[in-house]
Design a protein around this ligand. Structure first.
Ligand code: GLN
Length: 542
């Protein structure tokens, strides 16, 4: 039977609860256990799909098409376990399910309340869709004390009671700040945060204390004393230079040992963290470096392109080089004489995006890459813009555009209202809701025999994750192919262009899907590995 570990956070947000959960998952895996990771987000959005990436970071998409919080990306990268729809929920979703049930009369006339109806729905979610997992790690979004988080804390408190201590553990992540003027680490915020948890009936079993300085044994003892926790269960989480070092340093601090001890478990195997050490040493000692320009839109928040940045790092690991990212706001390229920002970079990547703002700048960047023979990787929107660029400047269709930006006489990129998923016809309305109406999740794609992408993947049929409304219009295929844009990847029914490449270019590939979502440190995505390799080649030329 699965054991549940609940991870909450206190003091401030952005302490890296997602990473902490992912790293613990990896450590339990390294001890031979089977894990699942889940995220429960207290906000009212039904899913993060409609939230701006600059506010909330990237929207991560699962194979089965759920739009989720970016923490699920950390979970997948650290554990290699593919997340599912049933691994992520929000208050908005919980409430809409409860209200739908109420409307159907499922509650038989009862008065619907937060306790027990909402808390029951949360508990049901936590325990649903579990097979033979040894551990289910549930991260509660937000910070203890947030008004929206209360029903979640109440639900996990109840579960702790119902399942008992042998099957539940509470891990609390806090901050132990260093106060310069006093020259001291301060434990008070942690004490307050734990009090807050205790006031809703939760006694944390393990404290994970983020800190920029070593926490002395004396300070640990003090935290333990005030928080009613054994000193050994107060784990120091010192800042590290790369996120892939987190599992190693947690292990060194005894985090997983404490979890074992809490549950009275013996490890199935002695944890072997060699592969993590290898990744870290690879990152710390590269044999060279390349610079990739990422021409996007949500540049103020690095989290908006989290998986992308990680996938590029993985591509670097595969080639033993450091990948420096030059983040450029595409709007720069809408002013004259600005392409010098792209001079000297070894590769240009235009990532996914939505809306007209900055689109012309992305088209300029794609043009620069094509004409100057700089490796180009267009992802989703980045492929659509590259195709529009080629239609305008190579085919001569001056009005070429995307219907995403309004009506156009030349819809080179347009809205599809019907498509096939396997044998099933999926439909959407042209004027439907924005939430949950995209082509989402994994779809197969057939690769053309003599293409570069076929070589890169080493397989004729692949599956990749999607998140978009618009598609490259197949009606322009012949004209684009005539000028050298090869439609090298197509949906199995041949209707949807999924990948394009320019054979007569050092490396120019556009993909309608999001390969970055599937890249892992131990399994870098082949397209990112190949793109970084092309950038290294380019580096030899410039
Ligand atoms: N805005 C484009 C679409 O909806 C591209 C989306 C994306 O890049 N994820 O098709």
């Amino acid at each position: 039977m699965a054991r549940f570990i609940f991870i909450t956070g206190g003091v401030v947000s952005s302490l890296g609860k997602g990473l902490a959960s992912a790293a613990l998952g990896a450590l339990l895996q390294a001890r031979g256990f089977k894990v699942r990771l889940r995220k429960l987000d207290p906000y009212l959005n039904v899913d993060p799909g409609t939230m701006s990436p600059s506010q909330h970071g990237e929207v991560y998409v699962t194979n089965d098409g759920a739009e989720t919080d970016l923490d699920l990306g950390h979970y997948e990268r650290f554990t290699g376990v593919n997340a599912r729809k049933s691994d992520s929920t929000t208050t908005g979703r919980i409430y809409s399910d409860v209200i739908a049930k109420e409307r159907r009369g499922d509650y038989l006339g009862a008065t619907i309340q937060v306790i027990p109806h909402v808390t029951d729905a949360i508990k049901e979610f936590i325990q649903s869709d579990i097979a033979d997992e040894d551990f289910v790690l549930c991260e509660i979004g937000g910070t203890v004390g947030d008004i929206e988080g209360l029903p979640y804390l109440e639900a996990i408190r109840q579960l702790g009671n119902e399942l008992g201590r042998e099957r539940t553990a509470f891990v609390h992540l806090t901050l132990v700040p260093y106060i310069k003027s006093a020259g001291e680490l301060k434990t008070k915020p942690t004490q307050h945060s734990v009090k807050e948890l205790q006031s809703v009936g939760i006694q944390p079993d393990i404290l994970l204390c983020r800190t920029e300085r070593e926490i002395s044994p004396e300070a640990r003892r003090k935290i333990g004393l005030f928080c009613n926790i054994r000193q050994e269960a107060v784990i120091q989480a010192l800042d590290v230079d790369t996120i892939y070092h987190v599992p190693i340093s947690y292990h060194e601090q005894g985090f997983d040992t404490e979890v074992m001890r809490h549950f009275g478990l013996q490890s199935k195997t002695k944890p072997n963290l060699d592969r993590w050490r290898e990744v870290v040493s690879n990152l710390r000692h590269p044999e060279g470096e390349v610079t990739i320009a990422v021409v996007g839109k949500y540049m103020s928040v690095m989290d908006s392109y989290k998986s992308l940045a990680e996938a590029l790092t993985h591509g670097g690991i595969a080639n033993r080089v450091r990948v420096n990212l030059k983040w450029l706001d595409s709007e720069i390229f809408e002013a004259p004489d600005t392409v010098h920002h792209l001079e000297g970079v070894h590769g240009i990547l235009v990532p996914g995006g939505f809306g007209e703002r900055g689109a012309e700048g992305k088209i300029q960047a794609a043009r620069f890459a094509r004409e100057r023979r700089v490796p180009y990787f267009g992802i989703c929107f980045g492929m659509q813009m590259a195709v529009i660029e080629a239609a305008r400047n190579l085919v001569g269709i001056k009005e070429a555009n995307s219907t995403e930006f309004g009506p156009t006489s030349e819809p080179v990129v347009g809205l599809m209202t019907e498509w096939m998923r396997g044998n099933v016809l999926e439909k959407r309305k042209a004027n439907g809701d924005l939430g949950g109406t995209m082509r989402l999740g994994a779809y197969d794609c057939a690769l053309a025999p003599d293409s570069r992408v076929r070589d890169i993947y080493g397989a004729p049929m692949i599956s990749e994750r999607h998140r978009h409304r618009y598609e490259v219009n197949i009606n322009y295929k012949d004209r684009l192919e005539k000028v050298g844009i090869s439609f090298c990847g197509m949906s199995p029914d041949g209707e949807l262009p999924e990948m394009i490449e320019i054979p007569d270019h050092p490396w120019f590939i556009g993909v309608q899907f999001h390969p970055e979502l599937r890249s892992r440190p131990f399994e870098p995505h082949p397209l990112f590995t190949a793109f970084v390799r092309a950038a290294i080649e380019q580096g030899r030329l410039v």
